[in-house]
Design a protein. Structure first.
Length: 617
């Protein structure tokens, strides 16, 4: 506001009748130049070097001494606008980052002196006892002290099947309790850790300097001393006006103002498209990536299961009848297997009659009365508990299913095994298209999986991927990426589990889906907030656009020096001409950095004319 007011005053002061207004603006001009003086003092006295801040300070006093008040106020106004917009953009980025952690529960149920009470999540402390019911998200890392439950922790560990948890077992935050009830002793409270994560992310994202940014700053600082010397020489031969004009010719000077704009504007575009870039270095490295590696379970495949075939033991029983029996018993359950059976039954339009006397054995199976029949559905271990033997005809099928990464659910009627339903992981519907898009960009696509070789091979063939690494232990995943580095590759790894942690850390660019394990969320430099892989090609596009935008910034920052030096000696440029050239270059730079975000908003407005563009939240 002050700089804009001074610009208005000095604009009026340019009129001969109102020239005294320039003197009224002098205190304000000197005040606004104090930060440049302080920074110059810091560079000279404490850093023992001559940098661009010294030229900033000198330019201000030269403009005042030569009476170019308006030129100085124009620069101060543009500089203030730049800083204000930068702070605004940074604040928006902060808001977006904080929203990432909005999936933490607002409150939890604690067991206090035998009573269940609700408490804010932020007040949790180590030693508290948390009660978690069926369908709830486990809010903490801890140890089970009471209860028995089936827990889905594939996002953390990559395990395709739910696991049993009983007293003494460890549970992890962000896993889902599919069935049962647990009382958990808190070992690690989350609020302090989350605050630390946010702080680290903000520092990486908002303060990151790209290589071109650093190059521009270094070029400006390196040119400071030669520019000062050339200005002193010009003072002797051409006078103070030309000497002052030389000060505007620092190469790379504008890069320090423009580069942060570019980075944060592209972060805003990414955030509005549901792509959270936690580390600015990721956008800088992506244009150089030549290899993209996908984790298999939970990344290329969904957590949901699909019924692929029914294996009937009874010769007079059809596949639809077998599926209907299994789905009827499971129709009121919420775990992934039950949902897969019921979805398949609905797709085949099978009738599911009501059942009686339903009894669920957590982690094993379920039984119910269907008319005068007792129908039991469960795992091979469930068959052992109810005393039903697995026939030889299904042994080979069970082994083949296990090798392929699939699951068999057995159906028993009146204590006689009548068949089994085979369920397999579901390929993400967008996976094939995403892989094809990335391959069109000449990227080498690979799969890195801890799963067996045969299901990994099948998936790679289905997606048109020639290179895959199967049965790889978590500690060996990073070694695969390290070997690619030794071959000169630049690697982007996409994963979502605890078993991907070392690979995410080793990769040049680490990408994870929102809702992944907390470890993956911590290590990932980029999070795809819509939990869909089709955001990945867009991420690469944005990275290439940012690189081009930064190159334009560097070119614009070189223009004042390239034009000013010959202008002084050949065209008799003075402070006014050089100052206007510098400020016009700054305006051109601001137009360059704001154009991508402005164009994006116009595109969104055109696509959705009745609603303004909104962020992923």
């Amino acid at each position: 506001m002050l700089s804009a007011g001074l610009l208005a005053v000095t604009s009026l002061g340019a009129l001969p009748a109102l020239s005294l207004l320039n003197l009224a603006a002098l205190p304000g001009i000197l005040y606004l130049n104090l930060p440049f003086v302080r920074r110059a003092w810091q560079e000279i006295v404490h850093e023992r070097r001559v940098g661009i801040s010294l030229i900033d300070g000198i330019i201000g006093f030269v403009n005042v001494a030569l009476g170019y008040y308006w030129v100085e106020c124009l620069f101060l106004t543009l500089f203030a606008f730049n800083q204000k917009y930068l702070l605004k953009t940074r604040s928006q980025s902060i808001a977006d980052l904080i929203d990432v952690f909005g999936d933490q529960p607002m409150s939890v149920t604690l067991l206090v002196e035998g009573r269940e009470v609700r408490r804010p999540f932020a007040e949790l402390q180590a030693g508290d006892q948390v009660v978690v019911q069926t369908g709830a998200l486990v809010p903490v890392d801890g140890r089970v002290v009471d209860g028995f439950a089936l827990v889905d922790q594939h996002k953390l560990t990559g395990e395709a099947q739910p696991v049993e948890r009983l007293p003494g077992s460890q549970v992890l935050a962000n896993t889902v309790l599919l069935a049962g009830r647990l009382t958990i002793v808190v070992e690690q409270a989350g609020s302090a850790t989350i605050a630390a994560q946010i702080g680290q992310i903000l520092q990486k994202t908002a303060d990151h300097k790209t290589a071109l940014h650093s190059k521009g700053e270094a070029l400006a600082d390196q040119s400071a001393l030669p520019v000062l010397g050339l200005s002193a020489f010009t003072l002797l031969i051409l006078g103070p006006a030309s000497a002052g004009a030389i000060l505007f010719s620092s190469f790379g000077y504008l890069m320090r103002l423009l580069s942060p704009f570019s980075v944060l504007n592209f972060l805003q575009i990414a955030a509005q498209e549901g792509i959270l870039v936690k580390d600015g270095r990721a956008l800088e490295r992506l244009p150089r990536v030549d290899t993209v590696i996908f984790d298999k379970t939970g990344t290329l495949t969904l957590e949901t299961l699909t019924v692929v075939r029914c294996h009937c033991v009874w010769p007079d029983l059809s596949e639809d009848e077998l599926l209907a029996l299994a789905a009827t018993v499971e129709q009121n359950q919420e775990h992934p297997i039950a949902r897969a059976l019921c979805n398949a039954a609905r797709q085949r339009q099978l009738a599911l009659p009501a059942t009686d006397a339903v009894h669920y054995t957590v982690g094993l199976g379920i039984q119910a009365r269907l008319g005068d029949q007792l129908v039991q559905v469960g795992s091979e271990r469930y068959l052992e508990t109810i005393g039903v033997a697995l026939p030889d005809s299904l042994h080979a099928t069970a082994q083949a299913c296990h090798s392929a990464g699939c699951t068999l659910v057995y159906v028993v009627v009146d204590h006689a095994l009548c068949g089994a339903v085979e369920l397999c992981p579901t390929l993400r519907p967008e996976a094939a298209h995403v892989v094809a898009q990335l391959q069109q960009e000449k990227l080498d696509i690979q799969i890195l999986s801890g799963d067996h070789e045969e299901p990994t091979r099948r998936l790679a063939h289905l997606l048109g991927i020639t290179t895959f690494h199967a049965a790889v232990l978590p500690q060996d995943k990073a070694a695969v990426i390290a070997e690619l580095h030794r071959q000169g590759r630049t690697v982007c790894f996409v994963g979502d589990g605890l078993n991907d942690a070392l690979a995410l850390r080793e990769a040049d660019v680490a990408v994870s889906l929102h809702g992944a394990s907390s470890v993956a969320r911590d290590l990932a430099q980029v999070m795809l907030m819509h939990q869909q892989l089709d955001q990945l090609p867009r991420l690469f596009t944005l990275a290439h656009q940012l690189e081009q935008n930064q190159r334009n910034n560097l070119l614009i920052s070189l223009l004042p020096g390239m034009l000013c030096l010959p202008g002084v000696y050949l065209l008799n440029f003075g402070v006014l001409a050089a100052g206007l050239l510098s400020n016009l270059s700054l305006l051109a730079g601001l137009a360059n950095v704001t154009l991508p975000l402005t164009a994006y908003r116009r595109q969104i407005a055109a696509e959705r004319p009745h609603s303004p563009p909104t962020a992923y939240r």
